[in-house]
Each structure stands twice: as structure tokens, then as C-alpha cells.
Design a protein around this ligand. Structure first.
Ligand SMILES: *[C@@H]1O[C@H](CO)[C@@H](O)[C@H](O)[C@H]1NC(C)=O
Ligand SMILES: *[C@@H]1O[C@H](CO)[C@@H](O)[C@H](O)[C@H]1NC(C)=O
Ligand SMILES: *[C@@H]1O[C@H](CO)[C@@H](O)[C@H](O)[C@H]1NC(C)=O
Length: 405
């Protein structure tokens, strides 16, 4: 599926549900609901305690998290990962997405055209929170916790998918021409990285996107629609309201109408929801405000961004004609593939790079960590989740290569 919308938007991401504490024991999990990978058909069932690659995985994750890479300032983290991948024998191309902001494309040998692409992003939201390792506070997962900005969104995915590819190379399961790794910039704001990736001149049968999904395989995620509402008035002395026009009053009428709009829903994606995330206006209590505006984000679960835009515009303007709406982006619900056995599935409310990457590839969305802790001051995950994600990515990659084009 191809997206006709080029403007990317930011998503909430992450996830850190304790899935299994298999590090020290191989007991069955207590909570079956939290067992995404089970049954003999799934090689991702359990992680040996601890797997041979665990130390490297944790060290790579730590290095990535320790280097701040807030959107716009990714350069140091990108340089680290470039050198790391070269040190591991990959051919690594850098692709400028913006000044001093590069995407990395890594592959084996000289075959840059591969059947499968695994991808995630290096940038994080602000502010930076340092790396910290803590003993587990969970009854269901005894493995240590790792706290810090990006531990979940999305450096957990980056470290796990790089390790998964390394493991598959080591076991001779994959070779040149099979898999490439794309780590991009700007996912959290603007999407420059994934837009630039469309100019790599490559296509893939399958693209695996790494974002926190609580180790579940996504069936899709909601789309998004963003807009500003601006109300203008006429400034004046607050004692003589009849001589001015109050922009805040106008904005409030518009927002009241907005809150009453019935937004579409679907079985697959749930309700379309709306968040008035910022509001600003006026200068002082005794001045009639000349300007007021609000910024709104809609999570689209059904219908199309165009249709919702029309619905909203009509309702707001009917309530208050002296108002302007500026729509900044619009993306419909995004469906992803989930035809690989052994995974629990989930629908997510956050945005990703997925609609920004053109092509008619299969699309999987999967990764370690809980999306509910991302973008917060308590972003963290368990080390066992990183290990399980490595196993999950290995399954997704090998299953993708097993499918005939
Ligand atoms: C990169 O690291 C250097 C040296 O530690 C530091 O001075 C610089 O501010 C960092 N650059 C970015 C973009 O964070
Ligand atoms: C919407 O408002 C924000 C916040 O003031 C501003 O940065 C952005 O440029 C505005 N966008 C449009 C399309 O008006
Ligand atoms: C969707 O909205 C309806 C009506 O407001 C509400 O009853 C329902 O619980 C919502 N569903 C979800 C999944 O939030």
C-alpha cells in the first residue's frame, strides 16, 4: 500500500509489559494473556537463560541510550551506530536527510537491494533522561529494568533488530541480498528521515518496522489529522466590549462545537479521538483579545482524513464563522500484516514511519517495550523484553524470507 500523504507526524510509541521472566526459569508463564509467543510452531517461545548474545545486546542498547539524540540532534548517535555496524562487517551507507542528520543503511557485502528491510528510528523526544539500570520491580519479570530516554522508543527496537540480524548472519540463516537495516532520523517530528529513504532507489518484499508493541504483532495503527484553529478579533479596552471583538470568545465557541462533533469509528481501529493540545490567546485581563488559537490532533480510526476535515470544518464554522482552520497533515488508519503464527496481535493508537515509506511491500510492526511509558519521565523496559524482541525479529525475518515473492 502506498501513502499519498507525505507529511509525517509524530507518534507515541513504546511498551514495557513484562512478558516473561524466562531468564532464570523455564516455568510456564503465569499470565497467558501476556504470552505473545508460545507453542512449538514459534521459535520465539523462550529465551535461553540468558541467551549468548545478551551481553552484547544490553551493551549496544546502553551505548545508544547514553548518547542523546533528540530529534534534530541525532548526529552523535548516528555516528556511533555507523561505526558499530562497520565494526561488525556491514557495509554502511549514510544518506543525508537534513543538514548534519543522516539515515543509515546497512547490509552485507555489496547487495544493497535486499528482499527484507528492518527499520527503526534513532531520534527521541525531549528531554534527555540518562541511562539507568535498576533491579526488577515486577513480580512477573525478574530481569533488570533499564530506564532512560529512548530505552523503549525506539532504541530498544534498534538494538534488538540489529542483534537479530547479527544472530541470523552468525547462524548462516541469512546472507548477502537478504536483509538490510535502515535506521532513520526525524520519526518523532517531521518524518524527514523516512521521506528521504524513498530516494534510496530500493524496493523490498517486506519491511519490518521496530516500535514498541509490547512484543505483539500489530494489525495496524490509527491515522492522524492535525490542525490549528485561529480566531481573530478586534482589540480594545475591556470596559467597552461593544467596541471590540473578543477572539477568545470566538475560539471557545469553535472548540465547544468541535467537542460535540461525532467522529467516525470502526470495529478494527475503535474510536476516532481528538485532543486539543495547546491553546493560547490574549494579552491581559483588561484587554479585549485580538488573537486566540488552539492546536488539535485527531487520531483517525475510520473514514478518511478528508471526510473528517469536512465534518469538523462545517461544525466549527456553523457555530462560529469568524474562525479559521488550517489543516497540517492527514493520514487514514494504517493496516499492517500479521500473517505470522505465534504472536498475539494488537492495534495501536500511535503514528509511525509506516505510511511515509512508499512501495507495495508487506509491512510488519513489532518491538519491545510498553507504548504507555514512552515520551514520559519513566520510560523503561526489562532486559528480557529486549531478548524476546531479538527472537521475535528473527522469526519475522526468516518467515518473510520463506514467503515466495
Ligand atoms: C556530540 O558530542 C559532542 C562531544 O561530546 C558534543 O559537544 C556535541 O554537542 C554533541 N552533538 C550533538 C548534536 O548532540
Ligand atoms: C499551528 O500552530 C502552531 C503553534 O503556534 C504553529 O507552530 C504552526 O505553524 C501552525 N500551523 C499552521 C498550518 O497554521
Ligand atoms: C468509543 O466511544 C463510545 C461512545 O462514546 C464509548 O462508549 C466506547 O467505550 C468507546 N470505545 C473505546 C474503545 O474507547
Amino acid at each position: 500500500m502506498k501513502s499519498t500523504v507525505t507529511q509525517m507526524w509524530v507518534g507515541l510509541l513504546a511498551s514495557s509489559i513484562a512478558v516473561a521472566a524466562l531468564r532464570d526459569t523455564q516455568l510456564p508463564l503465569q499470565d497467558n494473556h501476556q504470552t505473545p509467543l508460545s507453542g512449538s510452531s514459534s521459535p520465539a517461545v523462550s529465551v535461553a537463560s540468558p541467551p549468548s548474545y545478551s551481553e552484547n545486546l544490553v551493551a549496544l542498547h546502553k551505548s545508544l541510550v547514553e548518547i542523546p539524540s533528540i530529534t534534530g540532534s541525532e548526529a552523535n548517535a548516528t555516528a556511533f551506530l555507523r561505526d558499530y555496524l562497520r565494526g561488525r562487517g556491514f557495509t554502511v551507507e549514510t544518506q543525508q536527510a537534513a543538514p548534519c542528520r543522516d539515515n543509515l543503511l546497512a547490509y552485507l557485502g555489496s547487495a544493497r537491494q535486499t528482499r527484507v528491510l528492518v527499520t527503526s528510528h534513532i531520534d527521541t523526544v525531549p528531554p534527555f533522561w540518562p541511562y539507568e539500570r535498576r533491579p526488577s520491580s515486577s513480580s512477573s519479570d525478574a530481569s533488570d529494568e533499564v530506564w532512560g530516554r529512548g530505552t523503549v522508543d525506539a532504541k530498544g527496537s534498534v538494538a534488538s533488530l540489529v542483534t537479530a540480524v547479527e544472530q541470523l548472519i552468525e547462524s548462516n540463516t541469512i546472507g548477502s541480498g537478504d536483509v538490510a537495516i535502515l535506521v532513520d532520523v526525524g520519526e518523532e517530528r517531521g518524518g524527514e528521515g523516512i521521506r528521504a529513504a524513498n530516494n534510496l532507489g530500493l524496493t523490498w518484499e517486506t519491511v519490518i518496522f521496530g516500535e514498541p508493541t509490547r512484543l505483539k504483532l500489530a494489525r495496524g495503527h490509527k491515522g492522524g489529522l492535525g490542525f490549528n484553529i485561529t480566531a481573530r478579533g478586534i482589540a480594545g479596552h475591556s470596559g467597552y466590549p461593544e467596541l471590540g471583538a473578543n477572539a477568545i470568545d470566538r475560539l471557545v465557541r469553535g472548540l465547544t462545537a468541535l467537542a460535540a462533533v461525532e467522529l467516525p469509528w470502526s470495529e478494527a481501529f475503535g474510536n476516532t479521538t481528538l485532543n486539543v493540545g495547546k491553546i493560547q490567546g490574549g494579552v491581559a485581563a483588561n484587554v479585549i483579545p485580538e488573537l486566540a488559537f488552539a492546536t488539535v490532533s485527531v487520531r483517525v480510526a475510520a473514514s478518511s482524513p478528508k471526510a473528517i476535515q469536512k465534518l469538523i470544518t462545517e461544525a466549527v464554522l456553523a457555530a462560529e464563522p469568524e474562525i479559521e482552520l488550517d489543516f497540517t497533515y492527514g493520514i487514514g488508519p494504517v493496516t499492517t500484516d500479521y500473517d505470522v503464527e505465534g504472536f498475539e496481535t494488537i492495534v495501536l493508537n500511535y503514528g509511525t514511519d509506516i505510511p511515509g515509506l512508499k512501495g507495495d511491500h508487506k509491512r510488519y510492526l513489532y518491538g519491545p517495550g510498553d507504548f504507555l511509558v514512552t515520551h514520559s519521565d519513566h520510560e523503561h523496559l526489562h532486559i528480557s523484553e529486549l531478548e524476546q524482541a531479538v527472537e521475535g525479529y528473527k522469526v519475522l525475518i526468516t518467515e518473510s524470507l520463506n514467503k515466495k515473492e
